[in-house]
Design a binder for this molecule. Structure first.
Ligand SMILES: Cn1ncc2ncnc(NCCc3cnc(NC(=O)Nc4cccc(C(F)(F)F)c4)s3)c21
Length: 272
């Protein structure tokens, strides 16, 4: 709610509920704002850990970027506050939790479910890129599911405004496009690559370039060593879309608005 932005929040404004998950920097709790009874998710970060990892500037950038983003498939960050030891992020609550747990449970998704998710993520990324924001860390762990089963991109801790073009190593290797692995200049097309990786993982249950050793994953990424296993059976339309996104030359990747017109999306995704 807009009131959230201006107000100076403190912990006493909230009733704290069950833990929702734990990340590297701290835990997330279900919480309810006492006056409005508004249910939110409260991410608690320890200042000591943020300091020792020198990521305070990243957190400030995330809060700044997120305060301007309003999209049904982007998890809202309503505001933040801090006390002596901790920083608290006031987040929209995604009632159906973490997508990666759902993917682990059912191994891989149907083409209809995968296409519906990819289409909604494409719309969210078109919105972000329109505001010169690239997410840079699209992967199952950063995707949550709202009460109506809709996908929400969360954790803009690695996002940047494309003007700044900071090159920092981020996220797991699996999702990094060649230009980030080779840490050359990168632009919004990095999110198209990651969306292609995600589409593959939704349909096969594993990212395409996974290997035991990091060096092998690195080699498979930069060589775009893309193989489609015989099982599970996946339509040629889906493979065609993935092949148009996982292209080494970032300028030759299928633009997101063209993705929404691709046969596989048009035929398989539920209308939004
Ligand atoms: C699990 N779960 N289940 C339901 C549910 N509903 C809402 N949220 C959940 N989980 C929290 C999801 C997040 C959203 N935004 C985040 N942002 C972040 O964690 N930012 C962040 C942290 C540490 C360091 C940095 C820095 F400095 F490096 F940038 C940045 S985490 C939920």
């Amino acid at each position: 709610s807009t009131a959230a932005e201006g107000k100076k929040w403190t912990l006493t404004d909230f009733d704290i509920g069950k833990p929702l998950g734990r990340g590297k920097f701290g835990h997330v709790y279900l919480a309810r704002e006492k006056r409005s009874n508004h249910v939110i998710a409260l991410k608690v970060l320890f200042k000591s850990q943020l300091k020792e990892s020198q990521v305070e500037h990243q957190l400030r950038r995330e809060v700044e970027i997120q305060s301007h983003l309003r999209h049904p498939n982007i998890l809202r960050l309503y505001g933040y506050f801090y006390d002596q030891k901790r920083v608290y992020l006031i987040l929209e609550y995604a009632a159906k939790g973490e997508l990666y747990k759902e993917l682990q449970k059912c191994k891989y998704f149907s083409e209809r479910r995968a296409a519906t998710y990819i289409a909604s993520l494409a719309r969210a990324l078109i919105y972000c890129h329109g505001k010169h924001v690239i997410h840079r860390d699209i992967k199952p762990e950063n995707l949550l599911v709202g009460a109506q089963g809709e996908l929400k991109i969360a954790d803009f801790g690695w996002s940047v405004h494309t003007f700044s073009r900071r090159r920092t190593m981020c996220g797991t290797l699996d999702y990094l496009p060649p230009e980030m692995v080779e840490s050359v200049e990168h632009d919004a097309n990095v999110d198209i690559w990651s969306l292609g990786i995600l589409c593959y993982e939704f349909l096969y249950g594993l990212p395409p370039f996974e290997a035991k050793e990091h060096s092998d994953t690195y080699r498979r990424i930069v060589q775009v060593d893309l193989k489609f296993p015989p099982k599970p059976i996946v339509s040629s339309a889906a493979k065609d879309l993935i092949s148009q996104m996982l292209v080494k030359d970032s300028s030759k990747r299928l633009p997101l608005h063209k993705l929404l017109e691709h046969t596989w999306i048009v035929q398989s995704a539920d209308p939004s």
